[in-house]
Design a protein around this ligand. Structure first.
Ligand code: SF4
Ligand code: F3S
Length: 106
């Protein structure tokens, strides 16, 4: 499956959700995750993210391996999102910032 990684935190552009043919994106307050049990590896979402936060499970950036388990865990509790919405208000300021994981809201 594909995995949403750290750069999505505090940005949440949501361009990714509309292309998913199996509706496997789930939404939290300031981050999205992919349900690994529903993702069919179609690859459509990966180029949609303007800040490259989506990777195949086997190719997540070094140091972000924990996001694989986090996508599974949070997809079990957060609701599905299929319609694009505005990004978070200060998304631009948070693009590419390192070490955003402690800022993840549940
Ligand atoms: Fe959905 Fe395809 Fe992305 Fe998996 S790879 S989350 S099925 S759009
Ligand atoms: Fe996040 Fe990128 Fe989707 S910022 S919400 S993974 S378009």
């Amino acid at each position: 499956p594909f995995v949403v990684t750290e750069n999505c935190i505090k940005c949440k552009y949501t361009d990714c959700v509309e292309v998913c043919p199996v509706d496997c994106f789930h939404e939290g307050p300031n981050f999205l995750v992919i349900d690994p049990d529903e993702c069919i590896d179609c690859t459509l979402c990966e180029p949609e993210c303007p800040i490259n936060a989506i990777y195949p499970e086997d190719d997540v950036p070094a140091g972000q391996e924990r996001f694989v388990a986090l996508n599974k865990e949070l997809s079990e509790v957060w609701p599905v999102i299929t319609i694009r919405k505005d990004p978070l208000a200060d998304a631009k300021d948070w693009e590419g910032k390192p070490d955003k994981l402690p800022l993840l809201e549940r």
